[in-house]
Design a protein around this ligand. Sequence first.
Ligand code: NDP
Length: 281
Amino acid sequence: MAKIIDGKEIAGQIKAEVKAEVKDLLAHGIMVTLAVIQVGEDPASSVYVRNKKKTCEELGIRSRSYSLPQAASEEELLSLVGELNEDPEVDGILVQLPLPEQINEKAVLEAISPEKDVDGFHPCNVGALSCGEECFVPGTAAGIIELLVRSGIPIDGRECVVVGRSNIVGKPVAQLLLRENGTVTVAHSHTKNLREVTRRADILVAAVGRRRMIDASYIKPGAVVIDVGIHRDEKNKLCGDVDFESAASVASAITPVPGGVGPMTIAMLMRNCVESRRRRL
Ligand code: NDP
């Protein structure tokens, strides 16, 4: 049976480190601030925003919330982002996605100052990541590397396969694995013979958005499996892109859902907020 990689425990370690840094900054009269903007009242977005605010509170980070109505115009949102860009107190700006259809998501993400782009979605940060320069990295991708490193799983020289090539997970995690000297393959919906590709992996990252798709038949015996997916199953229980029971019977280590990658995303976001202030000091 595979070793369980405990994301809750590792996220707890990171949050404790962030909390200590926030306290240290506070002792010098510096308060770290995250501005969170939500447009409309999408219930899933409201849950994410609430969790971010709660974690800020827990760590001593000030959160400022901005709620715009569902019918808000792109200009209104851009104007708010512009104000927050100029506000010296604000370290991180986060616009909760998805946005209503009258608003161009790309224009908004590009309007956030790259220095305050704690989600790491701005093209400047994306470009810097691919050049191997210092930048903000999306929380989920950065969290996956932390899970591996803090679990003592080597990446250097190993075959890494990422299933999924989204801008928020698949591509950044592939870049980071490459930065750690992994030999990286990115698979997607056009990949032929997916099982043959995934069975080469020493480290397999499933960010495919398909409930329990990756079972033991996709996994080389002894591989490490990182499950990014979040779904509800037929019994309304949380599950991932990986069929946990089946995969755990062949993998050497595996992340559960819930309690694997999920808690890391928010912990890394908080770390980016502190990092933003440290860089600006
Ligand atoms: P996307 O839907 O944006 O991307 C899915 C990717 O998987 C695409 O690149 C797609 O390929 C590929 N894909 C889809 N079907 C197949 C298939 N049958 N075979 C091979 N590749 C396939 O999803 P995200 O990257 O945003 O998210 C992935 C999962 O992670 C979701 O379950 C999401 O809920 C979860 N998630 C979890 C987070 C966390 O904090 N734990 C954070 C973000 C996401 P193509 O590009 O060709 O279409």
